[in-house]
Design a protein around this ligand. Structure first.
Ligand code: LLP
Length: 445
């Protein structure tokens, strides 16, 4: 359930009419609902509380890393799953307690490791022997002992889009689960490391519990084997990935997911960490855009919007489906028409939907893309030198611009002219011209 609904024929985000945001902030713009964020967090956390498991929800910041979104969740009690120093800084700045932050990811640099150790976060998830050795060097060099999880790859097919599937042997993620005992032993022997946890994450937008059940069962077996071997396993990190309904999908509800977790790992009596991203923020956001033109081609009818693939890349990258809805509620008898919904970017891939049936659109009509709260704004770019899209957070009848629209000066001002391209650059002097070949010759000789 979300809080984007028609009221008196106009789509609202909670108590705020979307045309008001379009008029005051401009389009395209992402709009998030505090009530939906809160509801999704609570439903998820309560589902685990009901199972009696000791569970920490470490929100996967990559799904939506706006400070206001992270702070909303942190104030409800969420921890954070981060995958870069930038995300770690964002989580800390938004008030997530360091003791509830885990650092995942397949390639952490030594500098990122040092930053995380300095910050004193709960756990670093290690994904290879090379990374383990590096972390040991960094931690012992700092005189620290860092709590780590080994992220295992259970070789389970998550049955999701290939680009967001992570738990098969051929994926770059994690350590083959059969190699885990030997690598735990190595971690125990290395200085600076406290191997205390197993982490797993098999993919994203999962709509079936069976792959989870298989993966978590394997993790539970590994935990038992490690405990028998004398390892002090203090908790399990079970990743994220629970899907949401974008279209006709029917993902399992959080309580079924939580019960499955209890059934697969509950008998170990260990606390668990969960890393949901999409499930918390996906349906808590929309991308609000304006129709620029209706273009009637020979064979197709195009709705050309002011939003493009650089603002929301999921359709281009994953064939992602996002519901497209008019902000002015269509008349009950309005006959939908088929549109190719496209943006202004100079690529055919800048297509949000093909042959999508929508109530008739005209130039200037506002539309929203549904379920755009996760992996929307965070994946935006300035491709085609389009300004980074702004973000708005609604709370009841109020809204705040939580990231302003970038300005052209900000965008262009990040570039620097090389000295020799400046209009005011001095002409190379005669001496320079004479010196250069001599120096070059000297260097060669
Ligand atoms: N934990 C780890 C280690 C992850 O790699 C991810 C997502 C999550 C948690 C959160 O997964 P979620 O609950 O949000 O499914 N850009 C893609 C999704 C990439 C997901 C990457 N990892 C998309 O737009 O579908």
């Amino acid at each position: 359930m979300n809080h984007f609904e028609y009221r008196n024929g106009v789509l609202h985000a909670e108590g705020v009419p979307l045309p008001r945001i379009a008029a005051e902030v401009g389009t395209p713009v992402y709009v998030y609902s505090t009530a939906t964020l809160t509801r999704h967090y609570r439903v998820f956390a309560d589902a685990f509380a009901a199972t009696g498991l000791d569970a920490t929800v470490c929100y996967a910041v990559k799904a939506n890393s706006n400070q206001a979104v992270i702070a909303t969740l942190a104030q409800l009690g969420a921890g954070a799953d981060v995958v870069s120093e930038g995300e770690l800084r964002r989580a800390l700045a938004a008030g997530v307690p360091r003791g509830k932050i885990v650092f995942s990811g397949v390639g952490k640099s030594a500098a990122e490791m040092a930053f995380a150790i300095e910050a004193g976060i709960a756990q670093i998830n290690v994904e290879s022997v090379a990374e383990l050795d590096q972390l040991s060097r960094v931690a012992s060099g700092m005189g620290a002992e860092v709590p780590i999880a080994l992220r295992v790859n259970p070789d389970v097919d998550a049955k999701t889009h290939a680009k967001i599937s992570t738990g098969k042997k051929e994926n770059k993620f994690g350590i083959d689960i059969d190699d885990a005992p030997a690598i735990f032993a190595r971690a125990r022997d290395l200085p600076g490391l406290a191997p205390i946890s197993i982490a797993v994450h098999i993919g994203s937008q999962l709509t079936d519990l069976a792959p989870y059940r298989a993966a978590f069962g394997r993790v539970a077996d590994l935990a038992r084997a490690l405990q028998a071997d004398g390892f002090d396993i203090r908790h399990l990190d079970l990743g994220g990935g629970l899907g949401i309904p974008y279209d006709a999908e029917d993902p399992p509800p959080p309580d079924a997911y939580a019960r499955m977790v209890a059934e697969t790992v509950g008998d170990l009596g260990l606390p668990v960490m969960l890393e949901p991203g999409r499930m918390i923020v996906g349906n808590a956001g929309v991308l609000l855009a304006r129709t620029l033109y209706i273009k009637q081609g020979r064979e197709k009818r195009f709705a050309v919007l002011d939003a493009a693939m650089n603002d929301l890349i999921r359709p281009a990258l994953y064939d992602g489906h996002h519901r497209i809805q008019r902000v002015r509620e269509p008349e009950a008898d309005a006959e939908p028409l088929a549109y190719d919904v496209v943006g202004p970017v100079c690529e055919s891939g800048d297509t949000f939907a093909t042959g999508r049936r929508i109530a008739p659109l005209a130039a200037d009509d506002l539309v929203v893309f549904g379920s755009a709260g996760a992996y929307g704004a965070v994946m935006a770019s300035t491709y085609n030198s389009r300004l980074l899209v702004p973000e708005v957070l609604v709370n009841g009848d109020r809204y705040a611009v939580v990231r302003g629209r970038q300005t052209y000066d900000e965008m262009i001002g990040q570039d620097r002219l090389a000295d020799w391209l400046r209009a005011d650059a001095p002409e190379p002097s005669v001496t320079d011209n004479q010196e250069t070949p001599r120096r070059a010759a000297g260097a060669d000789g």
